[in-house]
Design a protein around this ligand. Structure first.
Ligand SMILES: Cc1ncc(COP(=O)(O)O)c(C=O)c1O
Length: 463
């Protein structure tokens, strides 16, 4: 008899999933733990870390709830804390409430954006949200996009599509043009694409950190003389060290004249384009073939929430579509695993969508304006007899003391970073054109004027 052979205890483990009551109890406890951690931010500073921190690995038997909550607390207590008002080092602002909830729901759903049958509602949500963004920045009806885990991947998706669109495949003469201040991940993109440093042409920037157009024209001519094939030019909308914006209008005209794919790396500044904040060049971004927008970097959407928007979705389909032989498909719906590099992807677009719905366009604009205002206040009040300032229209400022040798600047910046950290201000120390600078990123909406004044006291005291 078949009944004699079967025993549910070998195959059935409902206790691993838990009852709803259990889940609610644990979610409540986890929420409490997280909120306690947020509220301890002031006491512990932006980057508490104990050198005795241990990572405990899985053991023969599963651990108890008590053990696991103790592990969670230990992780939290040794983590960078983005809600601390002195967290001003990087592009990692405090998380929005509804974005945290979106992450939770996405984890519970555990849907897969690989295919429509594994994520019907979220597939449509991602498609609609990309189209909404694309329309907002002025793309037409053929446009759309795809979410990816971060700016690097969104840029890489774009560059692979650009090269495919140019019919260059693995042609070793292919060239990508970026500015010398473009993000370092373009080096990684080039390597992944089977190319090397000689395939990445870096154009000098002007004294505002923007790609120099004369230099760009000369470099394009040189590439043509050398029989190199340019598959894309990247304009950066918000450089990492100073928030500069390349001259998008001029670059788009050149791309148009020469029939070259224009990609805009708007990882930092792209989100400004859906607001009415007047920033030069934003009106022309719809001239691009593709643009990366990465709201995790500035408006508090939790990581990761990067989008690649393209003016023509066919370019992504032609590049990435392979067919998914093990998936049932619907004729009128594209499985989103066929629009980019990633296959399985979490439903993380939910946190972007919920975060944006929670803020509304006015909330987004308020956050962006307040970030720029904090930066303006900082620049107006830092002693500019003592410091050389590098900044642009966005919310990032880098600076260094005037008149020091490179060696002394390196020493000063390191000493200052340590001293500021002891006083609960976390700044970054980027290497820029052979020198270390100090950088403040003013995207933390828990930072108020009095925090900035305190920070300035430490800086302006420099003799
Ligand atoms: C301008 C720019 N582009 C791309 C990236 C890479 O983004 P991600 O770290 O999300 O991959 C960064 C990261 O800071 C950036 O500043």
């Amino acid at each position: 008899m078949i009944e004699d052979l079967i025993n549910d205890k070998d195959i059935y483990f409902p206790s691993y999933i838990g009852t709803n009551d259990k889940l609610i109890t644990l979610l409540n406890r986890a929420s409490q733990t997280l909120c306690d951690w947020f509220s301890k931010a002031d006491k512990n500073g932006p980057l508490p870390f104990d050198d005795n921190f241990k990572c405990i690995m899985p053991e023969e038997d599963g651990n108890s709830e008590e053990d696991l909550f103790s592990d969670i607390e230990s992780l939290l207590n040794n983590s960078f804390n983005p809600v601390h008002p002195g967290s001003l080092a990087h592009l990692d602002p405090p998380p929005l409430i509804f974005s945290i909830l979106g992450d939770l729901i996405a984890a519970g759903l555990n849907n897969n954006l690989l295919a429509y049958e594994l994520s019907p509602s979220v597939t449509l949500l991602e498609e609609s949200l990309c189209k909404w963004f694309a329309k907002k920045i002025g793309f037409n009806d053929f446009s759309g996009g795809i979410a990816a885990s971060g700016g690097t991947l969104s840029n890489l998706n774009a560059l692979i599509a650009a090269r495919n669109n140019a019919g260059l495949g693995s042609n070793s003469n292919s060239v990508l043009i970026v500015s010398e201040d473009a993000h370092s991940s373009f080096i990684k993109c080039i390597r992944i694409m089977g190319l090397d440093a000689t395939n990445l042409v870096r154009i000098k920037t002007d004294n505002q950190g923007r790609m120099d157009i004369n230099n760009l024209r000369k470099s394009i001519d040189k590439c043509l003389i050398e029989n190199k094939k340019i598959f894309a030019i990247v304009a950066t909308l918000g450089t990492t060290v100073r928030g500069a914006i390349d001259p998008i209008k001029e670059i788009s005209e050149i791309c148009n004249e020469r029939n070259i794919w224009l990609h805009i790396d708007g990882s930092i500044g792209g989100i400004f384009a859906i607001t009415s904040i007047p920033i030069e060049g934003l009106n022309y971004i719809n001239q691009a073939n593709s643009i990366t927008i990465n709201p995790q970097k500035i408006i508090g959407i939790t990581k990761t929430s990067s989008l690649l928007l393209v003016s023509n979705m066919t370019t992504l389909k032609n590049t990435f579509s392979t067919g998914l032989p093990y998936i049932s498909s619907k004729e009128d719906i594209t499985n989103r695993g066929e629009l980019g590099i990633q296959g399985s992807r979490p439903a993380e677009v939910i946190k972007l969508w919920l975060g944006l719905r929670f803020l509304g366009l006015h909330g987004i604009e308020d956050i962006l304006k307040s970030s720029v205002k904090r930066k303006d206040f900082f620049i107006e009040n830092i002693d500019n007899n003592k410091f050389e300032i590098y900044s642009g229209p966005l919310h990032i400022v880098s600076f260094l003391p005037k008149g020091l040798t490179t060696k002394d600047t390196d020493f000063w910046t390191q000493t200052k970073v340590n001293e500021l950290m002891k006083n609960n201000f976390m700044l970054s120390r980027p290497m820029f054109k052979g020198k270390y600078l100090l950088r403040v990123v003013m995207g933390n909406y828990n930072t108020n004027y009095s925090h900035i004044k305190d920070l300035l006291k430490f800086l302006n005291a420099y003799q």
